[in-house]
Ligand binder design. Structure first.
Ligand SMILES: [Fe+2]
Length: 172
């Protein structure tokens, strides 16, 4: 009985998330009406909030000391950078002067981040596979957590995202 919506393998699940969010960014590029833009942006923010959380809570900790240390640390900083824009986009709306630009720049940040993870040689996912990570059991945990988070965020809205690699510098 094939009832699974999400792939069972952790890396396949993360890649499927990447493809989904790329599709949403693409739709945003072509959207004209403000209502459509807002709903797509909301979906993008939700997808990325869930995705970054399951990576940070489950996948990255499992990769610690098994993959290149620099790549591992950079992934957190890339996530935290993206979260600033996610929060800005969530709080704003399509009639804000910089709204479209924020969505565009977020898409570029994510594109870079996805490349670092999926790169055929030396990408995080390749390294994780080579290190023999149990992507099957991780995938099951991530799929469960994802379901729980989506339900939670849909009913209560996106939480204030934590940025573990940032120190909370105040800007003027
Ligand atoms: Fe990521």
């Amino acid at each position: 009985m094939a009832t699974t919506e999400a792939p069972n393998d952790a890396i396949d699940l993360l890649k499927a998330d990447h493809r989904k969010v790329e599709g949403l960014f693409e739709k945003y590029e072509h959207a004209k009406a403000d209502g459509k833009k807002k709903s797509l942006a909301t979906e993008i923010c939700m997808e990325l909030s869930v995705h970054t959380k399951i990576e940070e809570d489950i996948f990255y900790p499992a990769c610690k000391d098994k993959i290149d240390d620099k790549l591992w640390h950079e992934a957190y900083v890339e996530h935290d950078g993206a979260k600033v824009l996610i929060a800005e986009i969530e709080a704003g709306g399509p009639d804000d002067e910089f709204y479209d630009s924020k969505v565009k720049v977020l898409s570029e940040m994510i594109k870079h981040h996805v490349k670092e993870e999926e790169k055929r040689a030396e990408g995080m996912f390749v390294q994780a596979r080579e290190a023999g990570l149990d992507t099957h059991s991780l995938g099951a945990r991530m799929a469960d957590e994802k379901k729980r988070l989506v339900a939670d965020y849909k009913s209560s809205g996106l939480p204030t995202l934590s940025t573990p690699s940032f120190t909370g510098t105040t800007l003027a």
